[in-house]
Design a protein around this ligand. Structure first.
Ligand code: IFM
Length: 480
């Protein structure tokens, strides 16, 4: 189903009144200060030190030095005019070994950041886990074992105890798909292993951790609690039934593992044909579905691009000792649309389709927030010190229009966070990929707001200025 984006919507997406506009980052990608104030090592510190895994041998050791420059970054957010800023707390700053003593200086940092945001009139949205697991917990089994979920709930209670009086919105996990499957199956994220069934155990324990953390947040009186997922819009490469079957297996892996237990009270229906012999589920316990499926106030959706899927043979030679999560499906390239520097196809209407489809499939799902959307582009700085990132502006504008289209189709979307405020450490891609609306010169740590920053600021001003929902906007920055 295609949704033509009208010219009016291109000019101004016609967002509903009260629709929240924000920007997002994550701790390991921006903070730096990897060994300061008692911070312990995380699995990403370890992963970055293994030769050959991260582009250019990069790490988050310094990143954007946000730990020391957060006041400057909050000033950028204030001038941008965002309603809300989504940041993540680094677990190893709060409990360096995951289970031992609490590091007060880590809590103090997020306390200062929270107060700086509130002084700037910005509502903080806190993600508790954006992939930086304390290495000491990984050494004891990591997400493969239930104990990590229990430690996660303890850490959550510590952070809620300190910030809960000032934080409006809490996100337990960011994209558990990446933690479980990119980390324990594809080996392209920390901890960087290929262990088949271990990835399925990790997926389950991440959900258990979410449930326990959500319950700890409720007990602490948290106002709005949610989880951020990265559901994929999966398209069959051809009409061949084999490709459609591959799409179903990919649905299980990418979407249903999370959405079914969270919002339908069950495990995915197609597990057996998707996982094959690994689907033993022995890590599940009675009562887990109730814990995981406890009501939430919102679900965060991170969305960047669709995936075109085709049937594929097993690549793992011995099914009995399978180390990959091999669902016999492969992504096919497409040549009909522009791609970002990540190699991701740009197809904004697929975001509308995804949101409409999720709402239809999961009627019990709470309201949605787009907690990430953005594009990596090959930015250059002009001699005048400007970054004319027109491709990024087009991307953001068209995806916001796609969100507005979903709202018109009846989807309850309450807000949108651009990824990302700053250029930052893009995981295994290092610093080569730039997602920021603010450029970071990593040699000097100078911040340069790009044209997309100015455009977004104009859009926010137009939205605030009472033109919400009219489909038009005035002001050069919002209409370009
Ligand atoms: O940079 C990441 C972020 O940490 C999680 N979501 C996707 C982004 C772009 O790859």
């Amino acid at each position: 189903m295609q949704h033509p984006i009208t010219d009016a919507a291109r000019a101004y997406p016609g967002l509903p009144p009260g629709f929240l506009l924000g920007a997002a980052t994550a701790s390991y990608q921006i903070e730096g200060a990897h060994d300061e104030d008692g911070r312990g090592p995380s699995i990403w510190d370890t992963y970055c030190r293994r030769p050959g895994l991260v582009a250019d041998g990069a790490s988050g050791d310094t990143a954007c030095d946000h730990y020391h420059r957060y006041r400057e970054d909050v000033a950028l957010l204030r001038d941008l005019g965002v309603d809300s800023y989504r940041f993540s707390v680094a677990w190893p700053r709060i409990r360096p070994t995951g289970s031992g003593p609490v590091e007060r200086r880590g809590l103090d940092f997020y306390d200062r950041l929270t107060d700086a945001l509130l002084t700037a009139g910005i509502s903080p949205a806190v993600t508790l886990y954006h992939w930086d697991l304390p290495q000491a917990l990984e050494d004891r089994g990591g997400w493969r074992v239930r104990e990590t979920a229990e430690r996660f709930a303890e850490y959550t209670a510590l952070v809620a105890g300190r910030l809960g009086d000032r934080v409006d919105r809490w996100i337990t996990l960011n994209e558990p798909f990446c933690s479980a499957f990119l980390g324990h199956a594809a080996a392209v994220h920390a901890p960087g292993t290929r262990e088949g069934r271990g990835a399925l155990a990790a997926a389950h324990h991440l959900l258990v951790g979410h449930g326990l953390a959500a319950s700890a947040l409720r007990a602490a009186g948290a106002r709005e609690i949610g989880i951020t997922l990265n559901p994929d819009r999966l398209l069959p490469a051809t009409d061949d039934p084999a490709d459609h079957a591959a799409v179903q297996r990919a649905e299980t892996l990418h979407n249903e593992v999370w959405f079914e237990p969270l919002f339908a009270g069950r495990y995915p229906a197609h597990e057996a044909e998707t996982w094959g012999p690994m689907a033993d589920g022995s890590f599940r316990r009675d009562g887990d579905l109730d814990l995981i499926g406890a009501p939430l106030d919102f679900v965060g959706v991170n969305y960047y691009r669709p995936l075109t899927i085709a049937d594929a043979p097993y690549t793992d030679p011995d099914p009995a000792t399978r180390t990959a999560v091999d669902i016999r499906a492969a992504e096919r390239p497409r040549d009909d649309v522009r791609h970002t520097t990540m190699g991701w196809p740009v197809a904004p209407h697929t975001l509308t389709d995804l949101l409409v489809d999720l709402t239809r499939r999961y009627p019990a799902m709470p309201p949605l927030l787009i907690t990430e959307n953005g594009s990596a582009e090959s930015d250059t700085v002009t001699p005048e010190g400007r970054v004319h990132d027109t491709d990024r502006i087009d991307y953001l504008r068209d995806h916001l229009a796609a969100v507005a289209e979903a709202v018109r189709a009846g989807v309850d979307v309450r807000g949108y966070y651009v990824w990302s405020l700053l250029d930052n450490f893009e995981w295994a891609r290092g610093y080569r990929q730039r997602f920021g609306i603010v450029r970071v010169d990593y040699a000097t740590q100078q911040r340069i707001p790009k044209d997309s920053y100015h455009w977004y600021r104009g859009l926010i001003a137009a939205h605030r200025g009472g033109r919400e929902g009219t489909g038009t906007a005035s002001g050069d920055e919002a209409t370009r």
